[in-house]
Design a protein around this ligand. Structure first.
Ligand SMILES: N[C@@H](CCC(=O)N[C@@H](CS)C(=O)NCC(=O)O)C(=O)O
Length: 217
């Protein structure tokens, strides 16, 4: 049995995508710090390992610090090719897998830095309101770009679940939330609903990203 991987995470955060990947892979892990980085205590807990003060942070068995959700998911998917959660390097879907695995954090996830606390980038209520609004519009635009270019059946790469499906399921739980997502991006939303319903992830969702009243927007 491999040594448990160590993860800095927080309920409802991007670490849940990594937790879901580890769960599907059957790979033991421990949350060594529950560190919601939207609180002072959370930021302080993460700072020694990630000066960006962001989650997720994974510590590899060799003690390497890994940040960046997509890098962690790509690494995990390749670590266990038998699990089939990542198209291998010579697979025809590999290029699209890499493309969308980078698109989600670069185009969408990065926008939450502005959306969650626009005061970090703009002065005054009016400028901050505008920044928040524009960041949200950008997120919507980017989801629609992805929606137009995928053809899930039922997952993005056909019958085989991949970590891209898991990643988009977690990120689409945030603003503008799933009610908007279902209307504007029905193909991607159908993927997310399937991943929401995976029996292997029921306990994880309940504990780490619960479907509480109003969860969908
Ligand atoms: N590029 C990073 C972004 C991570 C990120 O923004 N994480 C959020 C939690 S979901 C965070 O820690 N935010 C706190 C902050 O940005 O100050 C990744 O993909 O892992």
């Amino acid at each position: 049995m491999p040594e448990p991987l160590k993860l800095y995470g927080a309920k409802g955060s991007g670490s849940v995508a990594v937790e879901a990947a580890l769960t599907l892979l059957g790979r033991p892990y421990v949350i060594i710090a529950e560190a919601p980085t939207w609180t002072q205590a959370g930021r302080e807990a993460v700072r020694p390992v990630n000066p960006m003060e962001q989650l997720p942070v994974l510590i590899t068995p060799q003690g390497e610090v890994m940040t960046e959700s997509a890098a962690i998911l790509l690494w995990l998917g390749d670590l266990d090719p038998q699990a089939g959660l990542a198209p291998p390097p010579d697979h025809p879907d590999r290029a699209a897998y890499l493309r969308w695995m980078v698109f989600v954090p670069a185009a969408i996830y990065a926008m939450y830095y502005l959306l969650d606390d626009p005061a970090r980038m703009a002065h005054g209520d009016a400028a901050q309101d505008e920044l928040r609004e524009r960041a949200l519009e950008r997120i919507k635009f980017c989801w629609k770009v992805m929606e137009a270019q995928v053809d899930p059946a039922p997952f993005v790469f056909g019958a085989q679940l991949s970590l891209l499906d898991v990643y988009l399921t977690v990120v689409s739980r945030w603003n503008p939330r799933r009610r908007w997502f279902s209307d504007a991006c029905p193909k991607l939303a159908s993927v997310a609903r399937r991943v929401d319903a995976l029996p292997e992830l029921h306990a994880l969702w309940a504990e780490r990203m619960p479907f509480e009243p109003g969860w969908d927007g």
